[in-house]
Design a protein around this ligand. Structure first.
Ligand code: NAP
Length: 280
């Protein structure tokens, strides 16, 4: 498909977390396709200036402020044809041995406030009877990673939201894409938070060693993953199809084979495979 086809269907886009990683690749793909992009970062100095790109300062931890910033950008753009909720971060720690405030913040930012931006985006799109809402979920929503319990929860929740919206949006001219990347080579590994673990965990050598093995597996998968441009190409194809749906993207094992084989096994078997994979 030629890049020009994208601008025939979509004129404007809003992309959160466009400073680096997948968000940067999505913004570049849209710009190359002739779409005008409003891209966000907490510090707009991290957003590379280029033709057709508008830098927006957005911190997602305050939902009301984030929504106001989104609505201002929407007004300036005259409406968004594409909204990509991409901003997010990992937090690696044992659930019970980490302060709950860490998990609460991740839930608020990546689930509650992302749902809030989805809500705001859909109101504008439905009023204009056109648009594509893209929520960046993860393979982690269906194959949960140990020691990232709340990250998995936010992604599973986002996918559940997307699933409901696919029914609700039928016949409205608005589509929703539940985009589930596997491991990609981005700054995500570097931006994963490692919250302080309590003294009980520090004294538990077995659990500490298990965590170290899981972390090593996670890092190895991130470092050997495909480049973000691959995810952008997958998303471009889905946008051009113009239909709501679940879109998996990544290396063949994670995007195609794993989800296919998982249909035929029990949940218990799936857990056994995951345990082996993470060295538990
Ligand atoms: N990489 C992967 O393997 C992978 C796999 C599955 C799903 N995902 C998902 O894909 C999305 C992008 O991940 P990535 O790998 O590209 O990560 P990344 O390279 O770390 O980029 C994260 C982006 O989110 C923004 N961000 C982080 N915290 C924010 C906050 N509190 N408020 C506003 N913006 C914030 C960052 O902007 P600033 O720091 O510049 O403000 C940055 O642009 C995430 O939702 C992630 O969960 C990634």
């Amino acid at each position: 498909m030629s890049a020009a086809v994208l601008s025939a269907q979509y004129r404007t886009a809003f992309v959160t977390g466009a400073s680096t990683g997948l968000g940067l690749a999505f913004a570049d793909m849209l710009l190359a396709g002739g779409v005008e992009v409003w891209g966000t970062a907490r510090d707009p100095a991290r957003l590379r200036p280029r033709d057709g790109f508008h830098a927006v300062a957005l911190e997602l931890s305050d939902g009301a402020v984030a929504e106001r910033i989104f609505l201002d950008a929407e007004r300036a753009a005259g409406g968004f044809d594409i909204v990509i909720n991409n901003a997010g971060f990992g937090a690696f720690g044992a659930f019970a041995h980490t302060e709950f405030s860490v998990w609460e913040e991740q839930l608020r930012l990546m689930l509650v406030n992302t749902a809030r931006l989805s809500h705001a985006a859909l109101r504008g799109m439905l009023a204009r009877r056109r648009g594509a809402l893209v929520n960046i979920s993860s393979i982690a929503g269906e194959f949960g990673m140990p020691y990232q319990a709340v990250y998995n929860t936010t992604k599973a929740g986002l996918s559940a939201l997307n699933e409901s919206l696919m029914y609700e949006l039928q016949g409205t001219g608005v589509i929703v894409l539940d985009f589930r990347p596997g491991d990609y080579r981005t700054d995500f590994e570097g931006s994963v938070r490692r919250p302080v673990q309590d003294a009980a965990l520090a004294a538990d050598a077995v659990n500490t060693a298990r965590m170290a093995r899981v972390w090593a597996t996670f890092v190895a998968m991130m470092r050997t993953g495909p480049a973000p441009a691959h995810a952008a190409a997958t998303l471009q194809r889905a946008l051009l199809r113009g239909r709501s749906g679940t879109v998996r993207s990544g290396r063949f094992f994670q995007a195609v084979l794993g989800p296919f084989l998982a249909r035929f096994g029990s949940l218990a078997l799936r857990r056994k495979v995951q345990e082996k994979y993470f060295g538990l």
